[in-house]
Design a protein around this ligand. Structure first.
Ligand code: SF4
Length: 500
């Protein structure tokens, strides 16, 4: 008999309803709740709350809500909070019930302002260490790269601070006071490179990058390890900060987060500076990084109509501390630059003036000069090593590995800033990296992987037990081999080799 639809009448009470049973067993949030500890948040931000007054939403709940925002790439906090009562899985995940009152969306922005990015950095570091403990991280070889994050501000908001028209306007005074506050706050961060001329009125902390049509953006600097492509460190800067300056900081942060010292660093030519090569040489790190100077010179050569002799054609004479040029003249020490830690060598003006090779050698009317770093020999060794086959292989691998990491992040909307200001963009990126690392942790936790891990364990156990049996087998193998060669030698000496 066909059933007919009954008029829908909303129930006042529900019996036999459990939120727990409404979330399927293999739901990703169930796996996340099982392996990730969010409860640390309450202790971590305890100092940000007073002893009296209104009771706040628990920090653990807010952290989980922020996590959901990025994990499901929800467009805004307003949308997240309006969707929350409709999603049983989200309610279950944050520990709410059907009749729990839903807080307003502003609790999230207030909590961010109160906590800063510290809690999210801590959350990221905890996840990284959890990955290390789950043996997902090898950490001996690390890959580095940077990518842009579009700022949450229009390019039209950029003004020229030096133009008179701007300075007359009322908004300029307001912006100037905001910038002064910002610079006072940032004074302890020496590496921050403020673009002092062109500034966005909406997001003054974003950097302007690009030739021709410039872009307002931030930059994320990531370290990814080789084994499971876990992001072991991340740092956010304004978009105009050069990634070549970040290598040392990133290497140290990787060591701090994973407690593993990386022995190989793989990066693109933007990291191939003298400073980075020397840092790697001092710390015994393999720098699989193409040389910035060589790449730049090749580009220039391609563009230039009349090519000039590269520095490599000038031979350094260690005895006389001079260079010998292709015209067989000597370039002597001319000046020392303490800031660059380098010495300039120059040919005599009259030598170059009368030289037949002048057109191919220099366009400087005073003659050719060559720069030499005080540790040039070390730099040369590092540059040579970066040309080795293994290094080139890693450099090729880096391109795919890093692009994969950033491509996965676009699922969580990493390429567009949700909020304004460096602190808030850092929060977004920490959460994105946490989500990516947690995805790797979940995969590791899946039953198939667990079975594979068990099989591997069993196999390694068998190998180990085989290892114990090895000494006797090796002994007998060598004994047999020695006997065989001794017999051959005996036969050869007695002229019986042919017969044998
Ligand atoms: S131009 Fe000067 S530096 Fe160059 S080859 Fe001639 S003499 Fe040597």
């Amino acid at each position: 008999m066909m059933g007919l639809e009954e008029p829908n009448q909303a129930k006042l009470f529900y019996t036999d309803f459990h939120l727990e049973s409404r979330v399927r067993e293999n739901h990703p949030l169930r796996k996340i709740a099982k392996i990730i500890d969010f409860s640390f948040a309450s202790d971590a931000v305890a100092d940000c709350y007073g002893k009296n007054g209104n009771v706040s939403i628990p920090p653990t709940v807010i952290l989980k809500l922020m996590f959901l925002l990025v994990f499901y790439n929800v467009r805004s906090e307003r949308e997240l909070m309006s969707t929350l009562p409709e999603r049983l899985d989200w309610l279950w995940f944050i520990g709410f019930d059907l009749d729990s009152s839903i807080p307003g969306h502003s609790v999230l922005s207030k909590a961010r302002a109160r906590w800063g990015s510290g809690l999210f950095k801590l959350f990221f570091e905890r996840i990284v260490f959890q990955c290390v403990e789950a043996r997902l991280v090898d950490g001996k070889k690390i890959f580095m790269d940077a990518s842009f994050i579009d700022a949450n501000a229009s390019n039209n908001s950029v003004i020229d601070m030096k133009s008179l028209k701007t300075q007359i306007s009322e908004r300029y005074k307001e912006l100037e006071s905001r910038l002064n506050e910002l610079q006072e706050k940032e004074s302890d961060r020496q590496y921050r490179e403020m673009n002092n001329r062109y500034v966005s009125t909406t997001d003054p902390e974003a950097g302007i990058f690009g030739k021709g049509k410039s872009n307002l953006c931030y930059k994320t600097h990531r370290v990814v390890e080789e084994r499971s492509e876990i992001i072991t460190d991340v740092e956010i800067t304004a978009g105009d900060v050069d990634e070549g300056q970040r290598l040392e900081l990133l290497w140290k942060a990787h060591k701090k987060n994973t407690e593993i010292e990386a022995q190989t660093v793989v990066a693109d030519s933007k990291y191939g500076t003298i400073k980075n090569y020397l840092f790697c040489a001092e710390n015994n790190i393999q720098a699989h990084i193409p040389d910035l100077k060589t790449k730049g010179a090749k580009k220039k050569e391609k563009k230039a109509k009349n090519k000039i002799f590269p520095d490599t054609l000038f031979k350094y004479d260690i005895v006389t501390d001079t260079y010998i040029c292709p015209g067989n003249n000597r370039l002597k020490r001319k000046s020392y630059h303490a800031s660059r830690a380098s010495v300039d060598y120059a040919a005599a003006k009259k030598d170059c003036a009368s030289c037949d090779l002048r057109n191919q050698c220099t366009r400087n009317k005073d003659g050719r000069t060559i720069k030499r770093h005080l540790q040039q020999d070390t730099v040369n060794i590092m540059r040579e090593k970066s040309q080795a086959y293994k290094s080139k292989q890693d450099i090729r691998k880096r391109q795919h590995l890093m692009e994969r990491s950033f491509a996965k992040a676009t699922r969580y909307g990493f390429d567009r800033a949700r909020w304004r200001g460096l602190e808030r963009v850092s929060i977004q990126e920490f959460l994105t990296c946490c989500v990516q690392n947690i995805q790797a942790l979940i995969k590791q936790e899946s039953p198939l992987k667990q079975a594979a891990a068990m099989a591997l364990k069993q196999e390694s156990y068998e190998i180990l037990s085989y290892k114990h049996a090895m000494p006797n087998q090796i002994k007998s193998f060598f004994k047999n081999s020695l006997e065989f060669f001794a017999n051959r030698f005996r036969y050869a000496n007695s002229g019986l080799l042919l017969l044998s």
